[in-house]
Design a protein around this ligand. Sequence first.
Ligand code: ZN
Length: 250
Amino acid sequence: MIDKLDLNTKARELREVFGEDANSPVDIFALANQIEGLSIVYYPLGDRISGMCVRDDSVKLIAVNSTMSYGRQRFSLAHEFYHLYFGDLSGFHVCAKKFDPKSEAEKMADQFASYFIAPYKSLRAMVKKICKNGTLSLSDVIALEQYFGMSHQAMLWRLILEGYLNRNDWDDYAAGVVLAARSLGYDDKLYRPTEASLQKRTYGYYLKQVEELRQKDLVSAGKLDELLLDAFREDIVFGDDSETGGEAFD
Ligand SMILES: [Zn+2]
Protein backbone atom coordinates (compact mmCIF):
# COMPACT_ATOMS: atom_id res chain seq x y z
CA MET A 1 0.00 0.00 0.00
CA ILE A 2 1.46 3.33 -1.03
CA ASP A 3 1.64 5.91 1.75
CA LYS A 4 0.69 9.08 -0.13
CA LEU A 5 1.02 11.31 2.91
CA ASP A 6 4.58 10.10 3.44
CA LEU A 7 5.44 10.70 -0.24
CA ASN A 8 3.95 14.21 -0.13
CA THR A 9 6.04 14.88 2.99
CA LYS A 10 9.18 13.56 1.28
CA ALA A 11 8.48 15.79 -1.74
CA ARG A 12 8.09 18.81 0.57
CA GLU A 13 11.29 17.96 2.41
CA LEU A 14 13.26 17.68 -0.81
CA ARG A 15 11.86 21.03 -1.92
CA GLU A 16 13.24 22.45 1.33
CA VAL A 17 16.65 20.89 0.65
CA PHE A 18 16.67 22.77 -2.66
CA GLY A 19 15.63 26.00 -0.96
CA GLU A 20 12.17 25.96 -2.54
CA ASP A 21 8.93 26.77 -0.74
CA ALA A 22 6.21 24.18 -0.24
CA ASN A 23 3.82 25.30 -2.97
CA SER A 24 5.25 27.26 -5.90
CA PRO A 25 6.02 25.78 -9.34
CA VAL A 26 9.67 24.72 -9.59
CA ASP A 27 12.30 24.86 -12.32
CA ILE A 28 13.30 21.25 -11.96
CA PHE A 29 16.11 21.31 -14.52
CA ALA A 30 17.78 24.15 -12.60
CA LEU A 31 17.37 22.17 -9.37
CA ALA A 32 19.03 19.11 -10.92
CA ASN A 33 22.03 21.25 -11.82
CA GLN A 34 22.43 22.16 -8.14
CA ILE A 35 22.90 18.55 -7.02
CA GLU A 36 26.49 18.00 -6.13
CA GLY A 37 28.24 15.26 -8.07
CA LEU A 38 25.25 14.61 -10.34
CA SER A 39 25.68 14.15 -14.09
CA ILE A 40 22.55 14.45 -16.20
CA VAL A 41 22.27 12.85 -19.62
CA TYR A 42 19.50 13.67 -22.08
CA TYR A 43 19.22 10.93 -24.67
CA PRO A 44 16.59 9.35 -26.96
CA LEU A 45 15.90 6.24 -24.86
CA GLY A 46 13.20 4.75 -27.11
CA ASP A 47 9.46 4.31 -26.74
CA ARG A 48 9.35 2.44 -23.47
CA ILE A 49 11.91 4.01 -21.15
CA SER A 50 11.37 7.39 -19.51
CA GLY A 51 14.62 7.62 -17.57
CA MET A 52 17.36 5.97 -15.57
CA CYS A 53 19.15 6.55 -12.30
CA VAL A 54 22.54 5.18 -11.32
CA ARG A 55 23.79 5.70 -7.83
CA ASP A 56 26.71 4.19 -5.96
CA ASP A 57 29.76 5.36 -4.00
CA SER A 58 31.42 6.93 -7.01
CA VAL A 59 28.66 7.76 -9.49
CA LYS A 60 25.48 9.81 -9.45
CA LEU A 61 23.81 9.84 -12.83
CA ILE A 62 20.32 10.53 -14.11
CA ALA A 63 19.31 9.97 -17.72
CA VAL A 64 16.10 11.38 -19.20
CA ASN A 65 14.47 10.38 -22.47
CA SER A 66 14.72 13.57 -24.50
CA THR A 67 12.18 12.48 -27.11
CA MET A 68 9.41 12.78 -24.51
CA SER A 69 7.56 16.05 -24.11
CA TYR A 70 9.16 18.79 -22.00
CA GLY A 71 6.43 18.31 -19.39
CA ARG A 72 7.05 14.56 -19.26
CA GLN A 73 10.80 15.13 -18.99
CA ARG A 74 10.17 17.35 -15.96
CA PHE A 75 8.07 14.58 -14.41
CA SER A 76 10.69 11.96 -15.24
CA LEU A 77 13.45 14.03 -13.64
CA ALA A 78 11.39 14.35 -10.43
CA HIS A 79 10.76 10.58 -10.56
CA GLU A 80 14.52 9.98 -10.75
CA PHE A 81 15.03 12.36 -7.79
CA TYR A 82 13.05 9.84 -5.75
CA HIS A 83 15.46 7.05 -6.66
CA LEU A 84 18.42 9.34 -6.00
CA TYR A 85 17.32 10.58 -2.57
CA PHE A 86 14.97 7.95 -1.20
CA GLY A 87 15.91 4.71 -2.98
CA ASP A 88 18.55 2.16 -2.02
CA LEU A 89 21.97 3.58 -1.24
CA SER A 90 23.33 2.06 -4.40
CA GLY A 91 21.41 0.86 -7.38
CA PHE A 92 20.53 1.04 -11.00
CA HIS A 93 16.99 1.92 -12.00
CA VAL A 94 15.57 1.78 -15.49
CA CYS A 95 12.15 3.42 -15.47
CA ALA A 96 9.28 2.60 -17.78
CA LYS A 97 7.38 5.30 -19.61
CA LYS A 98 3.95 3.77 -18.93
CA PHE A 99 2.27 4.99 -15.77
CA ASP A 100 0.54 1.66 -15.22
CA PRO A 101 1.13 -1.19 -14.39
CA LYS A 102 4.36 -0.87 -12.44
CA SER A 103 6.23 -2.19 -9.47
CA GLU A 104 5.48 -0.66 -6.09
CA ALA A 105 8.80 1.26 -6.07
CA GLU A 106 8.07 2.74 -9.49
CA LYS A 107 4.56 3.73 -8.46
CA MET A 108 6.01 5.42 -5.39
CA ALA A 109 8.53 7.31 -7.51
CA ASP A 110 5.71 8.46 -9.82
CA GLN A 111 3.55 9.57 -6.91
CA PHE A 112 6.50 11.39 -5.37
CA ALA A 113 7.19 13.13 -8.71
CA SER A 114 3.58 14.21 -8.95
CA TYR A 115 3.67 15.74 -5.45
CA PHE A 116 7.08 17.31 -6.01
CA ILE A 117 5.85 19.13 -9.12
CA ALA A 118 2.31 19.82 -7.87
CA PRO A 119 2.17 19.63 -4.04
CA TYR A 120 -1.08 18.27 -2.64
CA LYS A 121 -2.26 21.49 -0.97
CA SER A 122 -1.14 23.66 -3.83
CA LEU A 123 -3.03 21.60 -6.42
CA ARG A 124 -6.15 21.68 -4.28
CA ALA A 125 -5.92 25.47 -3.98
CA MET A 126 -5.41 25.90 -7.74
CA VAL A 127 -8.33 23.60 -8.59
CA LYS A 128 -10.52 25.68 -6.29
CA LYS A 129 -9.33 28.89 -7.93
CA ILE A 130 -9.62 27.71 -11.53
CA CYS A 131 -12.70 25.53 -11.40
CA LYS A 132 -15.76 27.66 -10.76
CA ASN A 133 -18.62 25.23 -11.38
CA GLY A 134 -17.31 22.07 -9.71
CA THR A 135 -16.42 20.18 -12.89
CA LEU A 136 -12.98 20.46 -14.45
CA SER A 137 -13.06 21.18 -18.20
CA LEU A 138 -10.19 20.44 -20.61
CA SER A 139 -9.29 24.15 -20.40
CA ASP A 140 -9.07 23.87 -16.61
CA VAL A 141 -6.80 20.82 -16.83
CA ILE A 142 -4.57 22.68 -19.29
CA ALA A 143 -4.44 25.70 -16.97
CA LEU A 144 -3.34 23.42 -14.10
CA GLU A 145 -0.63 21.62 -16.05
CA GLN A 146 0.66 24.91 -17.47
CA TYR A 147 0.86 26.42 -14.00
CA PHE A 148 2.74 23.50 -12.46
CA GLY A 149 4.66 22.49 -15.59
CA MET A 150 3.38 18.93 -15.63
CA SER A 151 2.71 16.74 -18.66
CA HIS A 152 -0.92 16.35 -19.68
CA GLN A 153 -0.98 12.60 -18.98
CA ALA A 154 0.63 13.03 -15.58
CA MET A 155 -1.89 15.76 -14.69
CA LEU A 156 -4.86 13.63 -15.83
CA TRP A 157 -3.52 10.68 -13.88
CA ARG A 158 -3.18 12.83 -10.74
CA LEU A 159 -6.62 14.44 -11.09
CA ILE A 160 -8.21 10.99 -11.47
CA LEU A 161 -6.34 9.64 -8.44
CA GLU A 162 -7.52 12.54 -6.33
CA GLY A 163 -11.09 12.20 -7.51
CA TYR A 164 -11.29 15.48 -9.43
CA LEU A 165 -11.89 13.51 -12.65
CA ASN A 166 -13.41 10.12 -13.36
CA ARG A 167 -11.33 7.38 -15.02
CA ASN A 168 -14.01 7.15 -17.73
CA ASP A 169 -13.30 10.78 -18.66
CA TRP A 170 -9.75 9.97 -19.78
CA ASP A 171 -10.46 9.77 -23.53
CA ASP A 172 -12.48 12.99 -23.53
CA TYR A 173 -9.60 14.88 -21.92
CA ALA A 174 -6.71 13.22 -23.76
CA ALA A 175 -7.30 14.48 -27.32
CA GLY A 176 -6.60 17.83 -29.00
CA VAL A 177 -4.54 19.18 -26.12
CA VAL A 178 -1.83 21.06 -28.02
CA LEU A 179 -4.25 22.94 -30.24
CA ALA A 180 -6.48 23.69 -27.26
CA ALA A 181 -3.48 24.98 -25.27
CA ARG A 182 -2.35 27.21 -28.14
CA SER A 183 -5.89 28.52 -28.60
CA LEU A 184 -6.02 29.39 -24.91
CA GLY A 185 -2.88 31.48 -25.35
CA TYR A 186 -0.26 29.15 -23.86
CA ASP A 187 3.18 28.29 -25.21
CA ASP A 188 3.13 24.68 -26.46
CA LYS A 189 6.63 23.96 -25.10
CA LEU A 190 5.23 21.66 -22.42
CA TYR A 191 3.98 19.25 -25.08
CA ARG A 192 6.98 19.21 -27.39
CA PRO A 193 10.14 17.04 -27.21
CA THR A 194 13.60 18.58 -27.06
CA GLU A 195 14.59 19.80 -30.51
CA ALA A 196 16.44 17.09 -32.48
CA SER A 197 19.87 18.78 -32.41
CA LEU A 198 19.83 18.90 -28.58
CA GLN A 199 18.41 15.45 -27.83
CA LYS A 200 21.82 13.99 -26.94
CA ARG A 201 23.51 16.07 -24.26
CA THR A 202 25.34 15.64 -20.97
CA TYR A 203 25.24 18.30 -18.26
CA GLY A 204 26.46 18.66 -14.70
CA TYR A 205 29.28 16.96 -12.84
CA TYR A 206 30.84 15.12 -15.79
CA LEU A 207 31.46 18.44 -17.54
CA LYS A 208 32.90 19.98 -14.39
CA GLN A 209 35.35 17.08 -14.12
CA VAL A 210 36.47 17.47 -17.73
CA GLU A 211 36.93 21.21 -17.16
CA GLU A 212 39.03 20.47 -14.08
CA LEU A 213 41.26 18.16 -16.12
CA ARG A 214 41.67 20.98 -18.65
CA GLN A 215 42.49 23.62 -16.04
CA LYS A 216 45.03 21.39 -14.31
CA ASP A 217 46.51 20.43 -17.65
CA LEU A 218 46.29 16.76 -16.73
CA VAL A 219 45.40 15.31 -20.14
CA SER A 220 46.07 16.16 -23.79
CA ALA A 221 43.78 18.41 -25.81
CA GLY A 222 42.85 15.41 -27.95
CA LYS A 223 41.78 13.43 -24.89
CA LEU A 224 39.71 16.36 -23.63
CA ASP A 225 37.91 16.51 -26.98
CA GLU A 226 37.33 12.79 -26.82
CA LEU A 227 35.82 13.05 -23.33
CA LEU A 228 33.53 15.86 -24.45
CA LEU A 229 32.49 14.03 -27.61
CA ASP A 230 31.69 10.95 -25.50
CA ALA A 231 29.29 13.24 -23.62
CA PHE A 232 27.70 14.51 -26.88
CA ARG A 233 29.20 17.96 -26.38
CA GLU A 234 30.30 18.73 -29.93
CA ASP A 235 29.07 22.25 -29.22
CA ILE A 236 31.95 22.74 -26.74
CA VAL A 237 34.58 20.96 -28.86
CA PHE A 238 33.72 22.81 -32.07
CA GLY A 239 32.27 25.95 -30.50
CA ASP A 240 29.32 25.86 -32.88
CA ASP A 241 26.38 27.87 -31.61
CA SER A 242 24.76 28.46 -34.99
CA GLU A 243 22.03 25.89 -34.29
CA THR A 244 20.81 27.78 -31.28
CA GLY A 245 20.84 31.12 -33.07
CA GLY A 246 23.96 32.63 -31.51
CA GLU A 247 24.35 34.17 -28.12
CA ALA A 248 22.36 36.78 -26.29
CA PHE A 249 23.53 38.27 -23.04
CA ASP A 250 20.46 40.29 -22.23
ZN1 ZN B 1 11.93 4.64 -11.59
